[in-house]
Design a protein around this ligand. Structure first.
Ligand SMILES: C[S@@+](CC[C@H](N)C(=O)[O-])C[C@H]1O[C@@H](n2cnc3c(N)ncnc32)[C@H](O)[C@@H]1O
Length: 279
């Protein structure tokens, strides 16, 4: 059984934790300015960029204190200093709104799903095609991104049926367009946690470490006899893979193969836990 390691509050609600760190940094700098202003004239504290750098340093420390993952540190360090620098460039505000909307449509609620968009390459698609049964089969790509993997598999195996589910609007639209004209590929908009995995011979996941314990519980409870769960790069914690395929690509991709039905035979699985990332 995988361990369902409890997330720290900062990991469970990263946006709230980031906001707290930023506000804490701002409050600390404000206090410093008020205190120093009482006793002396500190010219350095009149310079917005210096204040922003101090705010970033305090925010970074607060994020570490909240046990946010270490990659948040550089984000906190540069966030407000960048705002100060960019403001001087006098860029029309509409550009920032456009950038935000574009990123939102591509990455959607990555803060909740904790699965960003990155794509399987052609070598991985070829390795996966070799893993498919010889007989016609059904394959699901949970979080199919822009549909590249689905497209390649559907072209390689016209006798099989390929389904992709994607919740981020722009990748979903691209995936849909790219699979038009392929009668054996279907792309659906939605949340893969709501998709029953029974009836698929192979479920492919290229997600992140965060959802793997929950995906394993879902797969073990729902996937049929002899069906396989294949995870690109992210192993299920505390579960030994039946096979690990090393793909000969530049990023040394590893495909972890599991037989969830075998696990079901050896243990009773609890209900899938409700998580805030449910849509
Ligand atoms: C790392 S990408 C992989 C894309 C594609 N499977 C591939 O291998 O090229 C993961 C995708 O899963 C999507 N995703 C994450 N959580 C999801 C969910 N609950 N339902 C549907 N899609 C989801 C993300 O938006 C992202 O596009």
């Amino acid at each position: 059984m995988p361990s369902s390691s409890a997330d720290s509050p900062a990991e469970a609600a990263p946006l709230r934790a980031a906001l707290l760190a930023q506000l804490g940094g701002a409050a600390a700098v404000l206090l410093l300015v008020v205190l120093i202003g009482r006793f002396s004239r500190a010219d350095l504290l009149q310079i917005p960029l210096i204040l922003a750098l101090l705010q970033g340093a305090v925010a970074a420390m607060l994020s570490l204190r909240q046990r946010m993952p270490p990659w948040w540190v550089p984000i906190h360090l540069v966030f407000l200093p960048l705002v100060v620098v960019v403001r001087q460039a006098e860029i029309a505000p509409g550009w920032f709104l456009a950038g935000f909307v574009l990123l939102f449509l591509v990455f959607w609620r990555t803060d909740k799903s904790r699965v960003p968009l990155y794509l399987s390459n052609a070598q991985t698609a070829a390795a996966l095609a070799r893993l498919l049964p010889r007989a016609p089969c059904r394959v699901l790509d949970v979080g199919c991104g822009v549909g590249g993997l689905l497209r390649r598999l559907a072209q390689a195996r016209p006798d099989c049926e390929f389904v992709g589910i994607e919740h981020a609007p722009l990748p979903w639209l691209l995936a849909r367009l790219r699979c038009l004209g392929l009668p054996n590929a279907r792309v659906r908009h939605g949340d893969f946690w709501r998709e029953p995995l029974a009836g698929y011979d192979l479920v492919y996941a290229f997600l992140s470490p965060a959802p793997m314990p929950r995906l394993w519980i879902k797969a073990s409870g729902e996937m049929g006899a002899d069906a396989r769960l294949v995870s690109n790069s992210f192993a299920v914690p505390d579960v030994e893979a039946d096979q690990v395929i090393e793909v000969r690509d530049r990023r040394a991709t590893r495909l972890y193969l599991y037989r969830p039905d075998k696990a079901r035979e050896s243990a009773a699985f609890p209900a899938i836990p409700e998580r805030p990332d449910q849509e």
